[in-house]
Design a protein around this ligand. Structure first.
Ligand SMILES: Cc1ncc(COP(=O)(O)O)c(C=O)c1O
Length: 415
C-alpha cells in the first residue's frame, strides 16, 4: 500500500460528479461521512448503467446474436478491469459474486467443508467484520475444527507475538483477516500474516472490502490465496463484488452455488463443472452491476488510488486534531500512519444513537452502532461507537460541520 508520486486530488471538483450532493437534507447541504458503509455514485457510473441497459443489454454467455455478444464483451471487459485493479495474474481467477460477504462465504463453504476437520484451527482476528467471522465460525463448527482469534493490543493492532502460542493449539489451516478494519481503520500487516500462514501450511483469506476502494492492492505482492471486496464501497453499484483466488485452489474446489451456466455437462448419472470463472458463477449474474463495477474501477483509477489514500490521510490527521478539542471525545484505533480514513469515537456519557441523531438534524450523516463487529465492541468494552469515514469526495468543511455538531450535541446532552 505504498503511496507513490501523484497528482493531488481535488475533492471539491470531484463532488460535482456526484448528483447526491445536489440536494439538501433537512434544509442543509449533505455532509456525508459514512462512506465505509457505502459510497455514493458518480455520473460516469450511472451513465454507464443507463447506456448499458438502453443499448447493450442481453443475458451473457447464452446467445449467439449480436446483442448478447456485445453484453458478454462488456461483462468480460469489466472482469478484466476488476482483475487488473488487484493485479490478478489472470482474469479467470476473478469471480463475480454479490459482494464481499458472498465471496467469503464461497471460500468458507467450498474450501472449508472439504479441507477442515478435527485438530485443525481456523484463525480470524478480534477486528473482523461479521462477514469474515461468522462464516468461519460456522464452518469450523460444522467440520469439527477449532475457531480462534488473534487478540488486539491497546492500540487496537494485532498482537502478532501471540501467533506461536496459537500455532501450538492445532493445525492452523485458515487465516482470515481484513486488510483495513471497517470499525477502527486499522491497516493490518497482511503480508506478514500471509507469510506466517503459509509457514503453517494454511491458506490466507483477505477481506479487502475496506481496502480496495482506498488503497493500491497487489495480490501477487500480498501473497495471499483469496481476496474479497465489494463494488458499492468504491463508487459502483450494489449487489456485485469480487473474489480473487489462486487458480490452482479455485480449480481444486467444489462449486458453491449450483445450477445453470456453471456446468460442463449434465447427465442423470453425473454433472461435471465448467471452467473458471464460470464454475463459481451459477445462474444469471448481476450483469449490469458488474459492468457498472467496471466503470467504477475506471473512475477510481482515473482519480488515482494513491491520491485517494493520501487525501484521506490528510483528512484523518485534520479530523483527529479538531475532534480532540470536543469535550468528552474518546477515540479508538491506531495512530494515523497505520490507519485509513475511519474514525470511531464516543462522546462520554452520550449514547452514539443520540449523537448521530443530533448530527442528522445538521445534515451530517455518520454511522452509530456496532459496525458488524460485536467481538471488537466487547473487547473495547462498549456496546457501540460513532464512526465517521471518508472518501475521495470528502471535504474539510464536512469535518468542520461534524465537529460543530458534536459541540452542539455535548451542550444538549453533556454533563
Ligand atoms: C471489512 C468489511 N468486510 C466485509 C464487509 C461486507 O461487505 P458487503 O456487505 O458489501 O458484502 C464489510 C461491509 O461493511 C466490511 O466493512
Amino acid at each position: 500500500m505504498a503511496v507513490t508520486a501523484q497528482t493531488k486530488l481535488n475533492a471539491e471538483k470531484l463532488r460535482a460528479d456526484f448528483p447526491i450532493f445536489d440536494q439538501e437534507i433537512r434544509g442543509k447541504q449533505l455532509a456525508y461521512l459514512d462512506s465505509a458503509v457505502s459510497s455514493h455514485k458518480p455520473r460516469q457510473v450511472l451513465d454507464k448503467l443507463r447506456t448499458f441497459y438502453e443499448t447493450q443489454y442481453a443475458n451473457v454467455h447464452r446467445g449467439v446474436y449480436t446483442l448478447s455478444e456485445v453484453a458478454t464483451a462488456e461483462y468480460e471487459g469489466a472482469r478484466e478491469k476488476v482483475a487488473r485493479l488487484v493485479n490478478a495474474p489472470e482474469p479467470r481467477e476473478l469471480i463475480f459474486t454479490h459482494g464481499a460477504t458472498e465471496s467469503i462465504n464461497l471460500v468458507a463453504y467450498a474450501w472449508g467443508l472439504d479441507n477442515l476437520g478435527p485438530g485443525d484451527v481456523v484463525l480470524v482476528t478480534e477486528l473482523e467484520h461479521h462477514s469474515n467471522f461468522v462464516p468461519w465460525q460456522y464452518i469450523a463448527k460444522r467440520t469439527g475444527a477449532a475457531f480462534k482469534a488473534i487478540p488486539l493490543d491497546d492500540n487496537s493492532e494485532l498482537q502478532l507475538d501471540s501467533l506461536d502460542e496459537l500455532a501450538r493449539t492445532g493445525n492452523i489451516k485458515v487465516v482470515a483477516n481484513n486488510l483495513v478494519s471497517n470499525a477502527l481503520g486499522t491497516i493490518n500487516p497482511v503480508e506478514r500474516l500471509t507469510a506466517w500462514a503459509h509457514e503453517q501450511g494454511a491458506i490466507m483469506v483477505v477481506d479487502a472490502a475496506q481496502a480496495a476502494p482506498h488503497h493500491e492492492i497487489d495480490v501477487q505482492q500480498l501473497g495471499c490465496d483469496f481476496l474479497a471486496f465489494s463494488s458499492h464501497k468504491m463508487c459502483g453499484p450494489t449487489s456485485v463484488g469480487a473474489l480473487w483466488g489462486r487458480a490452482e485452489l479455485l480449480e481444486s474446489m467444489a462449486p458453491f452455488n449450483l445450477g445453470g451456466h456453471m456446468i460442463r455437462s449434465v447427465k442423470l448419472e453425473e454433472t461435471t463443472w465448467g471452467q473458471l470463472p464460470y464454475k463459481f458463477e451459477a445462474g444469471t449474474q448481476p450483469i449490469a452491476e458488474a459492468v457498472g463495477f467496471g466503470a467504477a474501477v475506471d473512475y477510481v483509477t482515473d482519480v488515482g488510488i494513491a491520491a485517494i489514500e493520501e487525501h484521506e490521510r490528510e483528512l484523518l490527521v485534520y479530523a483527529l486534531e479538531r475532534l480532540a478539542a470536543v469535550p468528552g471525545f474518546v477515540g479508538y484505533g491506531p495512530p494515523p500512519d497505520r490507519r485509513a480514513g475511519i474514525i470511531s469515537f464516543n462522546i462520554e456519557g452520550i449514547h452514539p444513537h443520540d449523537v448521530a441523531q443530533v448530527l442528522d438534524m445538521e445534515g451530517v450523516a455518520i454511522r452509530a452502532g456496532h459496525h458488524c463487529c460485536q467481538p471488537l465492541m466487547s473487547k473495547l468494552g462498549v456496546a457501540a461507537t460513532n464512526r465517521a469515514s471518508f472518501y475521495l469526495y470528502t471535504i474539510r468543511e464536512e469535518i468542520d460541520r461534524l465537529v460543530e455538531g458534536l459541540h452542539k450535541t455535548h451542550k444538549l446532552f453533556g454533563p
